[in-house]
Design a protein around this ligand. Structure first.
Ligand code: BGC
Length: 721
């Protein structure tokens, strides 16, 4: 990359919060054949040639493990060139700097770096002559119209400001982490228009978009110079119908815009928000809701999975899951897109990834993120709880750090691409080699930090956890959770190793030792739903049917309620239906009361909530502190709907051969699951009719169809049963 010849440049002594804009003017004396701009920065940038935006990558260069990997974008800018040209590149904080929320108690080492730019423009003329313009002391820099910017803050812009350019200064900063762009770009994806505009009881002017989403607002207006438009964002209204922002915690999440004279349009350029509602705190006279719209952002990815049923509430749930995937696949897989977090929590990433791989083609998205997992992995093997790791750089514990094995395996299963396993095999081996170095018990993983079955609801009646922190964790044994995930990760290494032609005999021996030690230690004390679910899911019992029956009974005995948290919930319905309790699985899915998937739907949810009772039946909130309304973890249930309710399973990795075994339930009249696999479209539809159940199955590959226990093998084609 030519950019290696360029220098990092910055603004000397910049003291204000204003975002700098770097500038270089140049002439093209001769006709140009090609013009390629390579660029990146320690933040997020927007580049313009002669006043026109270069490319449509929003928040470039994206978020990676910056100290080791910083993506460089290459743009074809030929069509933007004239004889006299001005190249301007504005560099804001983005994720690189000042992304550490106060709650993390940690300082990002790059926290106080100045904004820096590095770029190379390579011109080839029609006559073969070449010219390269590199960032160097010949560039100029000025404060831009963006006076404050941050991922959590939002943006302040003052359009009355005039630039005052001074020479940029060269700064010594590493270049060895520069890599070509790997991930899919983040683009503007769709526009959502206001559904309603009203005054709240408190008198606030609020605009409702009818959909919780991730992106920003965009508006157009006529104004006098100096007039202001100030906008706050919110996901929900409180029980009285007032604007509610406390769940954003320290994320200010606002736009403050000072108008220039005349007609103008604007949208924030260096941040994003998670919101359904906007509050117009101040606006030029005459401003109306029709002048504002919401722009949805996410990484470029192709939709591959669709679910539709005869039940409108279930359909709303399916829509909520899609919207939470869109809102949280913004360059990296995040926990939530709104509060002072938006981090690449490894646990949430692995929990949702099966559903995620079915609904969208996320191969490129995860190929990049897994490279960051490798880069972030500590040399002794531990995997951080968040990747990119710039914030809470500590190990993630069971079910979180195991993303290093679970996600590549899932990508292999969904897409049949062994390269995910080849790329990650060393990292997986390092991870399972690390566990014994910290565990207090041989062949188990005990005595270590973990988030437990985060947010589980299984504290015994009357038991009050000692601390708030503890109250967020379930009652399942940490040691059991970690040991179960240890067994699973070793098992994945074995299967991956076999596919890659490695000698895995040592791992096979290790796995059987773990399984025996697990049975001995935990077999007699499988109390919580999650303890049973994990034991079943990772095949850690000799009597799975007995255990599954006990699980179903436990669920019935507590009033057909699930009590599982982030760790147990994704596997709960799978284990019930795997052992003949599909009716119980359906009961949990169709439950409209708290806790359950349709309860938030009954409260008007348009995305997945972090807590089943984010809004309680009386309209009050679970809590201000940790209450996201766009958290996809429980949306993992989509993989049960595709794989069990609709019954679409890979019989071979990548659905090279399929197995279709639908599990209809009379409480639903019909269900349709469509999956665009790498081998073509699979469709499974069932419907209750007067004469029985009608099944329609389309498959592009040889498929084993299992209906009412009867197995038939069919070739590619459309079938009706
Ligand atoms: C996140 C979770 C995450 C957790 C760790 C939370 O603040 O939002 O989803 O996995 O921390 O327990």
């Amino acid at each position: 990359m030519l950019i290696q010849n360029a220098s990092w440049i910055t603004m000397d002594g910049a003291a204000s919060t204003a975002v700098p804009v770097f500038r270089r003017t140049f002439s093209c004396g001769k006709p140009i054949r090609t013009a390629i701009l390579e660029v990146t920065c320690d933040g997020v940038y927007e580049a313009q040639m002669n006043g026109r935006r270069i490319g449509n990558f929003i928040l470039a260069p994206g978020w990676t493990e910056y100290r080791k990997r910083l993506q460089v974008q290459a743009y074809d800018v030929k069509d933007l060139l004239k004889e006299e040209n001005t190249l301007e590149i504005t560099v804001a904080n983005g994720w690189y700097r000042r992304t550490n929320a106060p709650w993390t108690g940690t300082k990002n080492p790059d926290e106080f770096l100045p904004a820096m730019l590095i770029a190379a423009l390579h011109l080839t003329m029609e006559d073969g002559a070449e010219e390269t313009i590199l960032t160097d002391g010949g560039w100029e820099v000025s404060e831009s119209t963006v006076t404050l910017s941050g991922i959590f803050i939002g943006e302040d812009a003052d359009m009355t400001r005039k630039p005052a350019f001074v020479p940029a200064v060269v700064r010594d900063y590493p270049k060895d982490m520069l890599i070509p762009q790997e991930g899919p770009e983040v683009h503007e994806q769709e526009t959502v228009w206001p559904r309603a505009s009203f005054r709240t009881p408190r008198g606030e002017w609020v605009i409702d978009f009818g959909q919780n989403l991730t992106g920003y607002m965009a508006f157009e207006l006529d104004a006098r110079a100096g007039e202001r438009l100030s906008i706050s964002t919110a996901e929900v209204l409180d029980k009285d119908g007032n604007f509610y922002t406390a769940n954003y915690r320290s994320a200010r999440s606002q736009l403050h815009y000072i108008c220039r004279e005349g007609h103008q349009s604007y949208k924030p350029r260096f941040t994003f928000f998670g919101f359904r509602y906007l509050r117009i705190d101040e606006a030029p006279e005459g401003f109306t809701a029709e002048q504002i719209r919401a722009v949805v952002l996410h990484s470029e990815m192709r939709r591959t999975g669709w679910l539709e049923s005869s039940d409108p509430m279930l359909n709303q749930l399916f829509s909520n899951i899609i919207w939470s995937q869109k809102g949280n696949y913004l360059d990296i897989p995040t926990d939530c897109p709104q509060r002072d977090e938006r981090y690449g929590w490894t646990g949430d990433g692995q929990i949702f990834c099966r559903a995620g791989t079915l609904q969208y083609d996320v191969r490129q998205f995860f190929r990049k993120w897994l490279a960051d997992v490798r880069a972030a992995q500590h040399e002794n093997g531990w995997v951080p709880e968040v990747v990119p790791s710039l914030t809470a750089y500590k190990p993630g514990g069971g079910a979180w750090s195991d993303a290093v094995t679970i996600i590549p395996w899932q990508l292999y299963e969904t897409y049949g691409d062994i390269s995910f396993l080849a790329d990650m095999y060393d990292a997986m081996e390092k991870w399972i080699a690390y566990i014994p170095t910290v565990s207090t018990t041989k062949d188990l993983w005990t005595g270590c930090w973990t988030y437990g079955d985060w947010l589980a609801l299984d504290w015994p009646e009357g038991y009050v956890p000692a601390t708030i922190e503890l109250s967020k964790r379930g009652y399942s044994s940490d040691d059991l959770i970690c040991s179960a995930f240890y067994a699973n990760s070793v098992n994945i290494v074995i299967r991956a190793g076999r596919l890659l032609g490695k000698d895995v005999s040592e791992y096979e021996a290790l796995h059987s030792r773990i399984v025996s030690a697990y049975k001995e230690r935990f077999g007699g004390c499988l109390n919580t739903q999650t303890e049973k679910v994990l034991t079943l899911h990772f095949n850690l019992t000799d009597e799975p049917q007995v255990l599954a029956d006990a699980l179903a009974e436990q669920i019935r005995n507590c009033g057909m309620k699930l009590q599982t948290g982030l760790v147990g919930t994704p596997y709960l319905l799978h284990e019930l239906s795997r052992y003949g309790h599909t009716d119980t699985a359906w009961s949990l899915l169709l439950r409209k009361e708290y806790p359950g998937w349709l309860y938030p739907v009954s409260r008007g949810a348009t995305t997945m909530w972090e807590h089943w009772d984010g809004i309680k039946p009386d309209g009050t909130f679970w809590d201000d502190d940790m209450n996201s309304y766009n958290h996809y973890a429980y949306g993992s249930v989509a993989d049960w709907v595709f794989g069990v309710a609709g019954g679409i399973q890979p019989a071979e990795a990548g659905y090279a051969r399929a197995r279709i075994a639908p599990h209809p339930d009379p409480r639903l009249n019909s269900l349709c699951a469509v999956l665009d696999t790498v081998h073509g479209r699979i469709r499974s539809f069932w419907k209750y009719t007067d004469s029985g159940i009608r099944y329609e199955i389309d498959t592009p590959v040889r498929t084993e169809v299992v209906l009412n226990g009867k197995i038939r093998t069919v070739e590619k084609g459309k079938y009706l049963f």
